[in-house]
Design a protein around this ligand. Structure first.
Ligand SMILES: [Zn+2]
Length: 136
């Protein structure tokens, strides 16, 4: 699957290990996701590649426990993905609203809440459940 922010500064390629219709679809109740209306997905057995054309036009927004970068395009305002990086490795959860093909995501998102997690628990959960990611 391919996706991009509105202006194309952030382009994402998502190779899922399963049919995209079987991917999880999550509506996180955190104060950031709620405000964006984000519906996210991830596949620990898949792969994501995130290409950023102009890194100066990206906001890597960090908040709360500051354990991930929320990639928002500064030019067009679209929230594309959240990325956890550790050394040379990264994992991402992608906002499905940026995918060109919306047909696999015409379904109700599962409401999730991660409030109360420690920073360590949060990082471990993301490594387990987010998609291994290459940043370009
Ligand atoms: Zn953009």
């Amino acid at each position: 699957m391919t996706g991009r922010c509105h202006c194309g500064n952030i382009a994402i390629r998502f190779d899922a290990s399963v049919d995209p219709r079987a991917l999880p679809l999550r509506a996180c109740d955190c104060t950031f996701c709620r405000r964006h209306g984000a519906r996210t997905t991830a596949d620990p057995a898949g792969r994501v590649r995130i290409e950023i054309r102009d890194p100066g036009e990206i906001s890597r927004y960090r908040w709360g426990l500051a354990t991930a970068d929320f990639l928002v395009c500064r030019r067009c305002g679209v929230y594309a993905a959240a990325v956890l990086s550790e050394g040379a490795r990264s994992w991402a959860t992608v906002n499905t609203l940026i995918f060109d093909d919306q047909s696999p995501f015409q379904r109700e998102a599962v409401s999730v809440s991660y409030e109360g997690e420690s920073a360590g628990d949060r990082i471990e959960r993301r490594k387990r459940s987010w998609t291994p990611t290459e940043l370009g």
